[in-house]
Write a protein that binds this ligand. Sequence first.
Ligand code: GTP
Ligand code: MG
Length: 399
Amino acid sequence: MAPPAPPRLPTLAVGVIGHVHDGKTALTAALTRITAGQPRTHEQLLDYCERLTGITVLAKCIEYCTERRRIVHWDCPGHPDRCKNTIKALSQVDVVILVVSAAAGPREQTREHLQYARALAVTHVIVFLNMCDLLDSPELLDLVELETRELLHACGFDGDTAPVIRGSAAQADRDEWREPLYALRDALDAAPLRIHDAAGALLLPVVRTYSRWFGRRAGAAQVPSTVLAGRIERGTLRTGDMLELVGHAPTRRGQCVQLRAFDRVVDELAAGESAGCQLGEVPPWEVTPGMVLTSPDALTTHRRVIARLSLPPRTSARPRSSWRGPSAIASGYRPHLYVRTADITCTIMLPDASRAEPGERVAAELVLDVPTVLAGAPGFILRDAHSTVATGEIVELLD
Ligand SMILES: Nc1nc2c(ncn2[C@@H]2O[C@H](COP(=O)(O)OP(=O)(O)OP(=O)(O)O)[C@@H](O)[C@H]2O)c(=O)[nH]1
Ligand SMILES: [Mg+2]
């Protein structure tokens, strides 16, 4: 029997970020067990390969309810090689929970994830100091909290007022460690909601695709159909709507055959909610994550933009041999551009200078390899194989 529909509460999208192995998945599992929804264990949130290595690879999206909110929760990977999945998940959230190991303090990925959240216009951070069961010195905990607040300041957040909760995700089922989880749940209830425009033209950046085949019975013609998942950024999506997929490949049209919010079939979903839209007449191989689902003729794509870039400053940390830290960029450099859920190679053209050094802010022209929907994008991230090249915002759309 299908589970009962959760009450219709305002949706808050939350991303859990932090350095690798600081306890993000353990905290996600603990949160599902103290809120209304499907309780999960740490193992249930990992797939087969992840269980073998203990490292989260894909960002996982789950849903649960607190007293006042329906939470759409993204458990992000912490490993530096999985940054791409973290960025795509962060492009879908309103608020982040920053998990910091009390035993180790903030580290390289703690800083990098905060920079991503800032670049993608997230303004509210809740800090969870995890693994406090391993430390019995309150002075050391004070020091880690101070260091984390300083890091929040350095990354452009309000480090003085951000809630900091001290707890232990792995021990959350024990009575003495239950209170911090309740405090975290209350902090999610108190987090500010974003105001979404439900009346504008539909804009749903596709984060994941699934394929479905109909007419599997003998003799019946097989009709491919695709399920597109993502968060509605603007507008309202209804079953039966005629829709258009824009960006990357030639524009495709199809009808919304079925609409799902996690495991519930619904008739309508509005801006701010996560949707799974089964699109008829469009085969799965023609859809790429990063495309945008919209109403026919509502949005246009662009390939050239003027942008303001901020290059991260050099730090003394060199945590692994293949990581070479922030470096200077020159005209003609071709990093990956992460904007909304798209991941596109682009060429940087610096009109005013031949080079830009770490820590600088420069204006640049970006030429994308494939056209994509860029209007209204909250911000973007440029990365190469090993490190973040720059974060930035679009100033002007050219063509
Ligand atoms: N002692 C102790 N161990 C913990 C705590 N939280 C998590 N752990 C352990 O830390 C290890 C890593 O936890 P995960 O939740 O997988 O860490 P993660 O941040 O999700 O890791 P990635 O997603 O790969 O970055 C596991 O063995 C957990 O059991 C805690 O509060 N106390
Ligand atoms: Mg994890």
